[in-house]
Design a protein. Structure first.
Length: 189
């Protein structure tokens, strides 16, 4: 008898570590697949994230069909044990919520996330580019970060300290997944 793969969403603010953690989990856990929100074009979705947040951040405005389709394809693979979603909304989008068994929020302090973003996005860039990005962050972008802390964080099953090392966070997640496997009734179906 085969069981369906456990679907784990991993959310964090930009620069919060979700892609790094997702990649590490996929390396560490055999029979796993990772899907990345940023790899998709969601045509019927808000174009301006900051305006979307300013207008009330309705997570159901996002038509996530391309991601849902890929999840369904992976679910058909009987060899998969885990599907990791590098995905920012936890259970807040009703079109995807039904697929998620376990939602993780990596709670990374804003200053650490900003430093990571600058290192990641502006390696070799000019100081003017960095200043422009920081100005936009202060003017509008910070609201999107705060929206995640206000809405996504409390709608997650566990919250992990994003200032910890990747290794410690991954170990905490693996320990949590092993506990879920021992007690399958605690997994949302």
């Amino acid at each position: 008898m085969s069981r369906k793969p456990m679907i784990i969403s991993i959310a964090a603010i930009s620069g919060g570590g979700k892609t790094t953690i997702t990649n590490e989990l996929q390396k560490r856990l055999d029979n796993s697949k990772a899907l990345y929100f940023d790899d998709y074009e969601f045509e019927e979705s808000p174009a301006d994230i900051c305006k979307w947040v300013e207008d009330g951040a309705d997570y159901n405005e996002w038509n996530l069909e391309p991601l849902v389709t890929d999840i369904q394809l992976v679910l058909d693979d009987n060899t998969m044990e885990y599907i990791f979603l590098d995905y920012p909304f936890a259970y807040l989008n009703s079109g995807l919520a039904e697929f998620i068994d376990f939602a993780i929020y990596i709670d990374t302090p804003l200053d650490i996330a900003m430093a990571r973003r600058i290192i990641r996005d502006f390696s070799g860039g000019s100081s003017e580019d960095i200043q422009r990005d920081l100005s936009y962050y202060l003017l509008r972008g910070r609201l999107a970060y705060l929206e995640m802390e206000k809405s996504v964080k409390p709608n997650s099953d566990i919250i992990l300290d994003g200032s910890l090392s990747t290794e410690i966070i991954v170990e905490q997640i693996i320990k949590e997944l092993r506990e879920k496997e021992k007690n399958p009734n605690s997994i949302k179906v």
